[in-house]
Design a protein around this ligand. Structure first.
Ligand code: SF4
Length: 82
């Protein structure tokens, strides 16, 4: 499964962290981090996290090879920008 969080919409309520701590976590007080393509064993927890988000900031999609490569490319670009 592919996970995308709209960090502009996220209000750091932390419901996703409680629902799926293996996938969502806070770095510091309010900076949300998450796995873009978590292991399939966490699919149910990720679905619960998306439903629990009070501002509907979490979007779920199907995991494909192309998506995995696109996420890896985006992460690489993000690292280069920093
Ligand atoms: S539950 Fe939603 S608003 Fe709260 S931290 Fe997670 S993504 Fe952000």
């Amino acid at each position: 499964m592919r996970v995308i969080v709209d960090l502009n919409r996220c209000q750091s309520y932390g419901q996703c962290v409680f629902a799926a701590p293996e996938v969502f976590r806070f770095r510091g007080a309010e900076s949300l981090e998450y796995d873009h393509v978590p292991a399939a064993e966490f699919d149910r927890a990720v679905e619960r996290a998306a439903l629990a988000c009070p501002v509907q900031a979490i979007t779920l999609g199907r995991h494909t090879e192309a998506v995995t490569e696109a996420v890896a490319d985006a992460d690489a670009v993000a690292v280069e920008v920093r």
